[in-house]
Design a protein around this ligand. Structure first.
Ligand SMILES: Cc1cc2nc3c(=O)[nH]c(=O)nc-3n(C[C@H](O)[C@H](O)[C@H](O)COP(=O)(O)OP(=O)(O)OC[C@H]3O[C@@H](n4cnc5c(N)ncnc54)[C@H](O)[C@@H]3O)c2cc1C
Length: 390
């Protein structure tokens, strides 16, 4: 698709290396995702065979260094997320769950043994990871989690025994390793759980109307016994999972603009070709206003993502700034995808065109990693100094 969405020369703010990463991922999306996505989406299928291909592309644990990880910058990771989500949010979600959630939890909080055991295999696509925080009754407020890990035995070598239920956990039924967050007598702790451990059961959630080319599961943990060494030693309290969520939220800021751009370009191309009342739809002022409003928001949202990426690469990105990007870019992207759908008329409700698929996926994207309301409260807290979460 001819991409003339960059109206203000944003490409000029990127280095040659950054452009090369973007173009490589864009080419992958064009050949590996676009031709197949409608079928995967319709069949509610996550294409497992794409995992090693994504590893070769260098997008698994992309922004992590050492342990076989690609070690790219935050901006390069963001550009990759944008291109992947122009293909489909479900495929970008896999990369986020693997790299920003599961791998970054082990990378940030794990022991040397845990890092050496899992990270090289996960970067190579030989092991899939998942990240279990949300529960049936604890979503926006994970402090309410019921999953409990108790010590069994005496001393520091005592086993851990986990019981509880996690919900909406991406990739859990195909994962080899799960990072599970659980309450303990000492507050929230994280555990590295091989999914073949007895007592681990993951069942995919079916009948989804969003993220159909992706897997989310309910996990049951029943008297699941782990050695003392399974706990992530450096994650204490909710700061542990929150630091990982911030990584994933950052990727979403870029990714949402990818889905928006693909929706916009689809509507633009369609409206130039579709004739009604004797001329192309793109020739009507009402249509041009819609296209222009979409393009303005895509340019602003992409600039916002780039600014936050530069801050992240400089080590200064603050949590409320991530909320600014996540709230704004998801909100604008879903509006753009819905508008683009309407501009395709009846054809817009089929899988022949991407906008309704993107709009449906973005319902999940605006919900996970902090809903619109949660990010509004984070920013509200920052600007007023008054927390209003409770
Ligand atoms: C496709 C998908 C993939 C996911 N992947 C994962 C994953 O891999 N791992 C994982 O752990 N979780 C995952 N999640 C879970 C996701 O993070 C939660 O769905 C999300 O945090 C919201 O929680 P909830 O669904 O329980 O909604 P709730 O927290 O019950 O919220 C319901 C509504 O109430 C609003 N609300 C909540 N609190 C307030 C408040 N204080 N003031 C005003 N409004 C409020 C919310 O904004 C929302 O609109 C995934 C979810 C989806 C849909």
């Amino acid at each position: 698709m001819n991409d003339n969405s960059d109206l203000i020369g944003i490409e000029g703010l990127l280095s040659a290396e950054e452009i090369a990463v973007r173009d490589k991922v864009r080419a992958f999306v064009d050949t590996e995702i676009r031709p197949n996505i409608a079928g995967w989406y319709e069949r509610a299928e996550f294409p497992l065979e794409i995992v090693p291909e994504m590893a070769k592309l260098g997008v698994l644990g992309m922004h992590l260094t050492g342990y076989g990880c690609p070690g790219r910058s935050a901006v390069e990771y963001g550009l990759a997320a944008m291109e992947l989500e122009a293909g489909d949010s479900g495929l970008r979600t896999f990369v986020s769950v693997q790299g920003s959630l599961a791998m970054s939890a082990i990378h940030k909080h794990g022991s040397e043994e845990q890092k050496n055991e899992w990270l090289p295999r996960m970067a190579a696509g030989e092991a899939i990871g998942c990240f279990g925080l949300t529960e049936p009754t604890a979503g926006s407020d994970p402090a309410g989690m019921q999953t409990f890990a108790r010590r069994d035995g005496a001393g520091d070598d005592a086993d851990w025994v986990l019981n509880g239920t996690k919900r909406w956990i991406g990739l859990a039924s195909v994962a080899q390793v799960a990072v599970i967050w659980a309450m303990t007598d000492d507050g929230v702790r994280g555990f590295v759980v091989p999914t073949d451990t007895p007592g681990f059961k993951a069942v995919p959630i079916t009948q989804k109307l969003s993220m159909r080319a992706s897997i989310q599961c309910e996990i049951e943990l029943t008297d699941l016994r782990l050695p003392a060494s399974a706990m992530l030693p450096k994650a204490k309290g909710l700061r542990g999972p929150f630091e990982c969520l911030n990584e994933a939220r950052y990727g979403i800021i870029w990714g949402a603009m990818g889905a928006a751009r693909d929706s916009y370009l689809t509507a633009l191309e369609y409206s130039k070709e579709r004739l009604q009342f004797g001329k192309p739809l793109a020739g009507y002022q009402l249509t041009q206003e819609k296209l222009v409003n979409m393009a303005l928001e895509i340019n602003k949202g992409t600039l916002l993502a780039l600014q936050l990426g530069r801050l992240k690469d400089a080590g200064g990105l603050q949590p409320h700034q991530i909320s600014v990007g996540k709230l704004n870019n998801c909100r604008e992207a879903i509006a753009i995808a819905r508008e683009a759908r309407a501009m395709l008329g009846g054809n817009g409700i089929t899988l022949d065109y991407s906008p309704l698929r993107h709009a449906n996926n973005l319902e999940s994207v605006r919900t996970y990693e902090g809903t619109d309301e949660v990010h509004t409260l984070v920013i509200g807290n920052h600007v007023t100094g008054i927390p209003a979460f409770r």
